[in-house]
Design a binder for this molecule. Structure first.
Ligand SMILES: [Fe+2]
Length: 184
């Protein structure tokens, strides 16, 4: 099904694709949050129809998710018994979730219609204040748009990884548990 990104993104509340004072005000808000907190949240960025379309798209391929279970520290490194027991590299947590790989999401599907909309990348780059030659989409064709799915009892502990930044549309609230961000 073809989607118009204008129906999926709440452009009335977040006019991020059009240069002007509305976009500038959002940039100011986002930059103000990113600086001290390392995280900015735009509540209601998608329209209800946009959330519904993205959830429906994801539900349609949820069986393609790769489930994994492991224990990991925040650095994804192996245990090092030479380190003191109190070292953060020796603190391991359960990690369990499913990633639905990017090749399940069509170019005319809801998620890519949102993320590939002309002006979207420029908005994110402006939020981050990164120059053009230092701002890139993830090039991995299996990971440029993934959906992270969790079932009851799953958890995904805080970690460092290889992304300089990430854009996360939160599509569904958990009926249990928490989604949290720790300011740096
Ligand atoms: Fe990560």
């Amino acid at each position: 099904m073809e989607h118009a990104a204008d129906d999926l993104i709440n452009l009335r509340k977040y006019p991020v694709l059009t240069p002007g004072p509305g976009r500038d005000a959002i940039l100011q808000q986002v930059r103000g949050d990113l600086g001290p907190r390392g995280c900015a949240v735009l509540k209601g960025f998608l329209t209800p129809a946009g959330v519904a379309a993205a959830v429906a798209e994801t539900d349609g391929v949820s069986d393609k998710g790769h489930r994994s279970y492991s224990r990991t520290n925040a650095y994804f490194t192996a245990d090092d018994p030479d380190l003191p027991a109190s070292d953060p590299r020796r603190r391991f947590f359960d990690r369990s979730n499913a990633f639905i790989p990017a090749d399940n999401f069509r170019s005319d599907g809801a998620l890519r219609s949102i993320l590939d909309k002309e002006g979207f990348d420029a908005f994110i780059r402006d939020c981050l204040q990164e120059p053009e030659d230092r701002f890139f989409r993830y090039a991995d064709p299996l990971a440029d748009v993934i959906v992270n799915a969790a079932w009851e009892g799953n958890g995904f502990p805080w970690h460092f990884d290889t992304n300089n930044f990430t854009v996360t549309p939160a599509l569904q609230n958990a009926e249990w548990g928490v989604f949290s961000n720790m300011p740096r």
